[in-house]
Design a protein around this ligand. Structure first.
Ligand SMILES: Nc1nc2c(ncn2[C@@H]2O[C@H](COP(=O)(O)OP(=O)(O)OP(=O)(O)O)[C@@H](O)[C@H]2O)c(=O)[nH]1
Ligand SMILES: [Mg+2]
Length: 195
């Protein structure tokens, strides 16, 4: 899919600020620094639509990006950033939970896990939460450029074996640096929701 006009819509901290139209929402979840904001930029070929940083904890609110009036990409703050104050971590955790439980228009969850690492305790908690929500979900193994191309498929398999031994979810590699993976991810998104 080619998005012609990706636009920032709104930053929300509470449900009354979520967009009130009924466009489907595709939400990015994952730990801090895993590449959620970069994922959005790469998928729409923009460098700075969503703000990114090498420091974890960049995204602190729920950011909605309108994709050609077809759907929203929803960029959530990441979890598990230990340098964030306890108070801020609780606040961020509450945003995430409130959004995932209250938004009526979540059509797909895109869950990012770093291809190089085993899922963290928080990843496993989030994975359970996502599965229990019974919403459509794709797992993305991010930062695939950090390992050799020849190792990517094996790593994705391993991640899936660890997290989803039943193999009933789609796991796909992704890299914000190597654009070769984007087409497959778009295909899977289109398969999961009619847009
Ligand atoms: N090499 C490489 N670096 C990446 C990739 N994706 C993201 N990064 C880098 O990782 C850092 C974090 O990326 P972000 O997109 O800001 O991560 P995030 O998940 O939105 O982080 P929070 O907003 O803190 O939750 C940045 O320095 C990015 O340039 C990738 O695919 N490959
Ligand atoms: Mg971010």
């Amino acid at each position: 899919m080619i998005i012609k006009n990706p636009e920032f819509k709104i930053s929300a901290v509470s449900p009354k600020q979520y967009p009130d139209d009924n466009l489907p929402q595709i939400v990015l979840v994952g730990k801090s620094n895993v590449g959620k904001s970069s994922f959005i930029n790469t998928m729409v070929n923009r460098k700075r639509l969503a703000r990114t940083s090498s420091e974890p904890g960049k995204t602190r609110q729920i950011n909605f990006y309108n994709m050609d009036n077809k759907f929203y990409f929803v960029d959530l703050p990441g979890y598990g950033y230990s340098k964030m104050s306890k108070k801020e971590q609780v606040k961020v955790g509450n945003f995430i939970e409130e959004y995932l439980s209250k938004s009526k228009n979540i059509a797909l969850i895109i869950f990012l896990i770093d291809i190089r690492h085993s899922p963290t305790e928080n990843d496993r908690l989030m994975y359970r939460y996502v599965i229990d929500s019974e919403r459509p979900c794709i797992i993305i193994a991010s930062k695939a450029d950090k390992i050799a191309v020849t190792k990517v498929d094996d790593r994705v398999q391993n991640l899936q074996n660890e997290l989803n031994p039943l193999h009933d979810l789609k796991f796909l590699p992704f890299s914000a640096e190597r654009k070769i993976y984007s087409d497959n991810v778009w295909k899977e998104i289109e398969r999961k929701l009619p847009i």
